[in-house]
Design a protein around this ligand. Structure first.
Ligand code: G6Q
Length: 537
């Protein structure tokens, strides 16, 4: 039976009709203490969800929905290695990537935790060799530059985390992330670099992805042109599940760091896919990050739902997505180092929950994953926040801020955080006509300067940005996405739309390459565009 037909869903629908027009101003007036009560904490993360358009009754009804969907059982199924990725018949065990050494997690009767730690140990040994200069290039020059080549899940995670933790990285080295098949990405990344000092980490679960393999071959030529074929083993390592293809490329499989089919691409940066990050920040810091992930995993697995951060975020998201009809969610980190966080969450959420059939293959009868977008504050405030404040759309926002600055420069941090506090306040309470008039605003401007308010936000306040808190934050959103996917009864762990994209272009490549004008058998629009491209090229 679809969750939509459940009594719990029906109860939420009736409740929605009675609260949908209630203003946050009224909710705070009726319960002035809601800012103190509507919060939850886990590890270093504090979540204030009081500025949401919900009452304690809403919350009870949402929690009942989670019970109805048997969420607890499904969480246990994921953590215990059940094959919950039903379409690919795979376990979903990114949580095993950060499990402590003595944990036991079995897939088909095999404990995977020792395998995870064996690879982590090998990664640590390798990272130390690069960081200390013991691992050198073909001419025995020290490695100064690391370039990660990968795309999607094999790029966004390490790229985001490297940027987030840049302050913990070895500043005598450079780290770059090449993903786009546009040759510009490779050319710009290698501009001015000495191949003899450059190490490529080729990240690809399948080792067949067009973009990654094209960039990897270009990198190989770039190295070989200067240093010869024998240099490849000194300048290339791989993270992959496909040792055959890695060997065929010419990478010594001793320098391949494996992972497993139960690690989804977008959940993979704790695995060997994080190698470039480990080289950047060192194994110890990487371990602290994994411990942060694990702490949030344990919270998600064990905390009662009414105090469970990922469950609360997931349920609140469902409230807007499925009852208010909100189409998007904006994630707004108030930290410059997190400038790639929202792109990362975009993949995490939109690839996981962008589904329109349920787990049995029937069309869903509820809205599924939202559109995720946003940029770091305060930049967005001077651009698109206008639409959030005064547009016609309902855009729930997550504000993420840190109590301690990474760089204590003058009064920057207090100014940054003043904005972090001010925006959700303004979004919630707005400014009434009376207030605007009382300011002496000219009549013709009054309607334009009224702020309706009642825009919902979550405020996520974290102690400071460290590897440990980053791990907690990422796991928080991973499990939020899981919570929502289970309640909608979709498989959050496949990505057939992405797989489709991987084959579509292959049909067109030969006609672009053909010397003679080819016979084109696409639709008239695609045919005309291809002909024009061939003429102009
Ligand atoms: C992630 C997706 C996708 C994938 C890339 C790269 O969950 O499956 O983003 O990570 O397409 O795939 P490879 O790692 O196989 O190159």
């Amino acid at each position: 039976m679809s969750i939509r037909s459940s009594a719990e869903w029906g109860a939420l629908e009736s409740h929605f009709a009675s609260v949908k027009d209630t203003h946050l101003r009224d909710l705070f007036a009726a319960d002035p203490g809601r800012g103190d009560t509507m919060h939850a904490e886990a590890g270093d993360i504090y979540l204030d969800y009081s500025k949401n358009r919900l009452t304690s009754e809403t919350l009870q009804l949402l929690l009942a929905l989670a019970e109805r969907a048997d969420l607890r059982q499904h969480i246990d199924d994921m953590f215990s290695g059940k094959k919950i990725n039903v379409t690919e018949r795979r376990a979903v065990l990114h949580t095993a990537l950060r499990a402590p050494r003595d944990a036991v997690i079995e897939v088909d009767g095999h404990n995977v935790v020792p395998d995870v730690h064996e690879v982590l140990d090998r990664m640590a040994a390798f990272s130390e060799r690069v960081r200390t200069g013991d691992w050198t290039g073909a001419t025995e020059k020290r490695i100064r530059n690391v370039i990660n080549i990968g795309i999607g899940g094999s790029d966004l995670g390490p790229a985001m985390a490297f940027e987030a933790l840049k302050n913990f990285s070895d500043r005598d080295m450079t780290f770059q992330y090449v993903s786009n098949i546009d040759g510009t990405a490779f050319v710009e990344a290698t501009r001015g670099l000495d191949p003899a000092e450059t190490l490529f980490v080729i990240c690809s679960k399948t080792f067949t992805t067009l973009e990654t393999m094209t960039n990897a071959h270009t990198a190989r030529n770039w190295v070989v042109d200067t240093l010869g074929d024998a240099a490849v083993e000194h300048h290339f390592v791989a993270a992959s599940t496909n040792s055959e293809e890695v060997a065929r490329f010419g990478i010594d499989t001793d320098n391949m760091f494996p992972f497993w089919d139960w690690v989804g691409g977008r959940y993979s940066y704790d695995s060997a896919i994080g190698l470039s990050l480990m080289v950047a920040i060192g194994p110890e810091r990487f371990g602290e990050m994994l411990a942060g992930f694990h702490a949030m995993d344990e919270h998600f697995r064990t905390a009662p739902f009414d105090r469970n951060l990922p469950v609360l975020l997931g349920l609140i998201g469902i409230w807007y997505n499925n009852f208010f009809g909100a189409e998007t969610v904006s994630i707004l980190p108030y930290d410059q180092y997190l400038w790639r966080l929202t792109s990362y969450f975009q993949q995490l959420d939109m690839e996981s929950d962008g589904k329109s059939v349920d787990r049995s293959g029937d069309p869903v009868d509820v809205q599924t994953g939202p559109i995720v977008w946003g940029q770091p504050g305060t930049n967005g405030q001077h651009a698109y926040y206008q639409l959030i404040h005064q547009g016609t759309k309902l855009i729930p926002c997550d504000f993420i801020g840190f109590a301690k600055p990474t760089h204590d420069v003058g009064d920057h941090h207090n100014l940054l955080m003043a904005n972090y506090f001010a925006q959700p306040e303004a979004l919630a309470f707005g400014k009434t006509r009376e207030e605007v008039e009382a300011e002496g605003v000219p009549d013709h401007q009054v309607p334009h300067r009224v702020f309706r308010g009642n825009h919902p936000t979550n405020s996520i306040l974290v102690s400071e940005l460290t590897p440990h808190t980053l791990g907690q934050l990422i796991a928080l959103y991973e499990h939020k996405v899981f919570t929502q996917g289970w309640i909608w009864d979709i498989n959050s762990f496949d990505q057939w739309g992405v797989e489709l994209g991987k084959v579509l272009a292959n049909r067109i490549i030969p006609v672009l390459d053909a010397a003679e004008d080819p016979d084109l058998d696409h639709d008239s629009s695609t045919n005309a565009l291809i002909r024009r491209f061939r003429r102009l090229r």
